[in-house]
Design a protein around this ligand. Structure first.
Ligand code: SAM
Length: 357
């Protein structure tokens, strides 16, 4: 153990129960209900963000999943139906880059069948200009776009495929025109790489009605060379912004909200801070993650998942699949971010591009 265990300084401790369940809620060993399911629809991405899918690892020879290994839309739909029965209220479609999966609008349409489902998607925005309207008319409710800088050379160096900022901004504009509002914009901040982009990003998105959220660089996966010294703590980011654009804290929308919300004192909107490293929020974590090939994970920092594809493809009944979901969730005791150390950071955790962000 070492001094890198900065996790949990604020909200840490033994995870406590989150609010009262509505449907047939499952709770884990810390009384946390299952509320959200993040579904990765592909492990492929057209970016090679240095902190997520570094080129040296995810190069030409990297073995991505074959098409037949991916869960079909029908299989995903069936799982969502069963997860809903266990109390899941929110679905986030992610990846890899979800918009590289062919005919994704079709999956959105299938999942939009459930009106009360909070159906959302996270994208790098590169294909959003072409797809925003179709996604909206298919029934997607909300969208989050990742963008790490407005400074073209910095952004290009981070996505490592020479992708320009302008095209992501066009995608965001098109999504707004298609009716998505507010759009959330996620920025990962890495020390020495893009912290000087923090204030310009805040300034830019502040008056446009979009909600910018800053994410601390995390030790997800095992290939991104994470070190504590690269993390810019949210507390520092608050100061950077506050110096120029005064902000004050807001109450969370609901307990378990990932981002801490702050608003501009001039009333022009809000920003969020996702502090998975310096202010762990495991105690409120209600999320499960399904990989593109049907492995279920109960923590972003997991080393192992549970296979659902084999049961799905070998004739398991709804009851059997449902019981498997219950078995996994009720056994869950994950609280990785609260016990993070430099040692745990070296574990062979599953990659974020595979498990879904
Ligand atoms: N391709 C989509 C995108 O770019 O939004 C979805 C998948 S991506 C893995 C989801 C989010 O995870 C992105 O906002 C990305 O910046 C973030 N992310 C990836 N690696 C990260 C890391 N090491 N620390 C913090 N955030 C990370």
């Amino acid at each position: 153990m070492d001094s890198h265990n900065t996790a949990g300084t604020h909200r840490a401790g033994r995870p406590a129960a989150v609010p009262a369940p509505s449907r047939n809620t499952l709770t884990d060993t810390f009384d946390r209900p299952l509320r959200d399911l993040r579904i990765s629809v592909t492990d492929r991405c057209n970016f090679r963000c240095t902190y997520c899918m570094p080129k040296e690892v995810f190069g030409k020879d990297f073995q991505f999943l074959e098409r037949a290994q991916l869960l079909s839309f029908g299989e995903i739909h069936r799982l969502v139906r069963l997860f809903r029965d266990h109390g899941v209220e929110k679905i986030r479609i992610t990846g890899g880059e979800p918009l590289v999966r062919r005919k994704l609008e079709r999956l959105v349409e299938m999942l939009a069948y459930w009106d009360d489902l909070d159906l959302t998607l996270t994208t790098n925005g590169s294909l959003l200009k072409q797809k925003a309207r179709d996604l909206r008319s298919a029934g997607l409710k909300r969208i989050t776009v990742s963008l790490d800088s407005l400074d073209d050379p910095v952004f290009k160096a981070m996505n490592d495929v020479d992708f320009p900022v302008e095209k992501v901004l066009e995608g965001i504009e098109e999504a707004a025109a298609a009716g998505f509002a507010p759009i959330k914009v996620n920025m990962v901040v890495k020390r020495g790489v893009n912290e000087h982009s923090v204030a310009p990003m805040a300034r830019f998105f502040k008056d446009r009605g979009h909600i910018l959220r800053f994410i601390e660089f995390m030790d997800v996966g095992a290939t991104n060379g994470w070190k504590m010294e690269y993390v810019v703590p949210s507390r520092e980011l608050v100061q950077i912004i506050n110096r120029e654009l005064p902000i004050e804290p807001l109450h969370p929308n609901y307990r378990g909200e990932v981002a801490e919300r702050w608003r501009y004192k001039d009333g022009t909107g809000e920003v969020g801070f996702i502090s998975s490293v310096t202010q762990a929020f495991c105690r409120d974590c209600t999320r499960a993650r399904l990989s593109a090939e049907g492995q279920l994970y109960t923590c972003l920092f997991a080393t192992r998942g549970t296979d659902f594809r084999v049961p799905l493809r070998s004739g398991a009944s709804d009851d059997e699949v449902s019981q498997l979901i219950a078995k996994v969730w009720t056994a869950r005791g994950d609280r990785y971010s609260e016990i993070r150390t430099a040692e745990t950071a070296k574990l062979r955790k599953v990659e974020m591009s595979y498990i879904g962000g």
